[in-house]
Structures are given as structure tokens and as C-alpha cells.
Design a protein around this ligand. Structure first.
Ligand code: ZN
Length: 73
């Protein structure tokens, strides 16, 4: 069962931040995380739209992995 823990969801908001689950409003800066499909670590499951602030740790992970040469790009 899907459990909605977001107390702020009282309007129609299709896009929710993957990290904090709060709605992403038009005035928010956003980041789209696009990691390649990865069966071992399931990194692609983190893919989605984030607030720019919330995406920061995930983007560092992506950059670190890219720097290690794990992902061709
Ligand atoms: Zn967020």
C-alpha cells in the first residue's frame, strides 16, 4: 500500500521531489537525476526530479561514479 507521508499535499501537484517528497513548485530550482540502468546497485531507482538542494548529494554520487569511470558518458 502506498503510504503518503506528505502533509503538504493538499493541491494537485504532479511532480514531487524524489528526496523530500514535497511538491516541486514552478519557482523552485530543480535537478533531473539520470543515472544509467544499474542492476547491481539499482542506482537508476534514484532517477527523477529533485529540488536543486535535495539533488546535491545524489549528483555528487553520480559525479563520483562517473569520475571512477564506472559509467561511460
Ligand atoms: Zn526536495
Amino acid at each position: 500500500m502506498f503510504l503518503d507521508l506528505n502533509p503538504d499535499r493538499y493541491w494537485d501537484e504532479p511532480a514531487a521531489c524524489k528526496s523530500c517528497k514535497r511538491p516541486i513548485l514552478s519557482e523552485h530550482a530543480t535537478e533531473q537525476l539520470e543515472l544509467p540502468f544499474d542492476t547491481q546497485h539499482k542506482l537508476h531507482e534514484m532517477n527523477g526530479i529533485y529540488h536543486a538542494e535535495c539533488a546535491r548529494p545524489y549528483l555528487s554520487i553520480a559525479l563520483a561514479l562517473a569520475a571512477l569511470g564506472r559509467f561511460p558518458h
